[in-house]
Write a protein that binds this ligand. Structure first.
Ligand code: PMP
Length: 453
């Protein structure tokens, strides 16, 4: 029989059909809402990513708290997707919910600071070791503004990204490698100027290629996640991040670490856990407990160079800032989240539980002799339907098996388990219980049995 990722294709296709039918049967309310929504929403949803799930029509949500999500048909789910990291510390963590409720009738946005900025600035410095900060509304914006600062500071036009990266809807980063050349990311819409003119791209973990790309000293910054998490998961090989820092230092290139996903690593993210020394650090998604908010931090030296660049540019519009950024509601939520939710104690719960999850899925895979593996970065884990740990974006791309992943996603969802719709990512939150982890692991085992039968 022909196999896909070690499983009979016939079985995979049969499961997809079976599970689609089951979903349609069990979700009449979501189905009706989905039909009604087509009247006013392009493709039936207010944001097209809501169609990236495995389901024949969107699953409508009625409620969510902690790690439990309830759909419009009344089914409950153990949520390991957690809003694709936006709710990584649980849905509506109590301190954040309280802070938002307390502020709700006292103004939501003033374009003026409140005293909270003192405490939040101090909390960010404590957490990440960087003294100076700015607030934006999405991780996308934080990254976009940081790229602008890097170019202003260094007076260099180019940036460098790794193949398979994702840093949000940031034009400059939509570049990939194909046959050793930079191309536009496939599927890009409305792109009218050549992004490859100012963005270099090399493979992650490829030190010689990185050094060669930086040696002309025309790159303002390298922007990267410390482990790639948006193309499956690509872990840094021993010494790679050190070599990256050194190559940046040697060539006057700034280093931007995007911690938006790798904040899962531990308290203070990958940067603090592994002692990285970035010039800029960006973080969005869960930083205010799920309210739209992002931050970027930098060293004192960089802050000084920012001031000098601004002075040189003179008065006018910097090209950065959006009206609602740093509003009071974001600050109330962020303060509660940083001080009471994203704590070392929270990570002390999340990390061993995610380890248990990763090793549990690994055991299910090994028992069945499947050519798959599991990687995890702290509270984030990913099972990959290929035998070897990918060393770079190209290998990670090759390790993806759409139909198998679709079958597993649907099977889990129909049994009240949500994992991130993009690739096979799970997150463990402070509210996740060992019983929820056990159920996910056992259900994946059952799914693999049915697929192999
Ligand atoms: N950086 C990383 C590493 C991400 O994974 C993402 C989103 N997946 C972003 C930035 C962008 O976040 P947002 O869509 O909230 O702007």
């Amino acid at each position: 029989a022909s196999l896909e990722a070690g499983l009979p294709i016939k079985q995979v296709d049969a499961m997809i059909k079976r599970e689609r039918d089951r979903y349609i049967q069990s979700n009449p309310v979501s189905r009706k809402l989905g039909e009604d929504a087509r009247k006013n929403w392009v493709k039936g949803v207010p944001h097209h990513w809501m169609l990236d799930w495995s389901t024949p029509f969107p699953l409508f949500v009625a409620d969510a708290k902690g790690t439990t999500l309830t759909d419009a048909d009344g089914h409950t789910y153990d949520d390991f997707c957690l809003g694709d990291t936006g709710s990584m510390f649980g849905h509506s963590p109590e301190p954040v919910a309280r802070a938002i409720a307390a502020q709700a009738s006292h103004g939501l946005t003033y374009m003026l600071p409140t005293e909270d900025i003192i405490a939040v600035g101090a909390a960010l410095e404590r957490m990440f070791g960087l003294p100076f900060w700015q607030v934006a509304t999405t991780a996308t914006d934080a990254n976009r503004f940081v790229l602008r600062w890097c170019r202003a500071i260094t007076k260099r036009q180019k940036i460098l990204v790794f193949h398979g990266c994702y840093h949000g809807a940031v034009d400059d980063t939509f570049v990939r490698l194909k046959d050793g050349r930079a191309i536009h990311r496939p599927g890009l819409i409305g792109q009218v100027y050549d992004l490859t003119a100012n963005t270099k791209v090399v493979e992650f973990n490829d030190v010689p290629a990185l050094q060669a790309a930086l040696k002309d000293r025309d790159v303002a910054c390298v922007i990267t996640e410390p482990a790639l998490t948006n193309i499956g998961m690509v872990l840094p090989q021993a010494g790679f991040l050190k070599a990256l820092q050194q190559a940046c230092r040697d060539t006057g290139t700034l280093l931007v670490i995007d911690e938006t996903h790798t904040i899962s690593t531990g308290y203070g993210g990958y940067t603090r856990t592994h002692g990285l020394k970035p010039d800029f650090l960006t973080l969005g998604k869960p930083v205010a407990g799920g309210l739209p908010c992002s931050v970027f931090g930098c060293t004192a030296e960089i802050a000084e160079r920012m001031r000098a660049a601004e002075q040189e540019a003179g008065p006018g519009y910097s090209g950065m800032g959006t009206t609602l950024s740093a509003n009071v509601l974001q600050f109330k939520a962020m303060r509660a989240n940083l001080e009471e939710v994203m704590t070392p104690a929270a990570y002390a719960h999340m990390l061993p539980l995610s380890e248990k999850l990763a090793r549990g899925i690994e055991a299910e895979i090994t028992q069945r002799g499947l050519p798959w593996h599991v990687s995890n970065v702290g509270a984030r884990a990913e099972f990959v339907c290929a035998p070897e740990r990918p060393r770079n974006g190209s290998e990670a791309q090759d390790a993806m098996h759409g139909p198998v992943e679709l079958a597993v996603h649907l099977y889990l969802l129909n049994r009240g388990l949500l994992i991130a719709p993009f690739h096979n990512m799970t997150l463990v939150s402070p509210a996740t219980t060992p019983a929820q982890v056990d159920r996910l692991v056992a259900t994946i085992g059952n799914c693999l049995d049915e697929l192999a039968a």
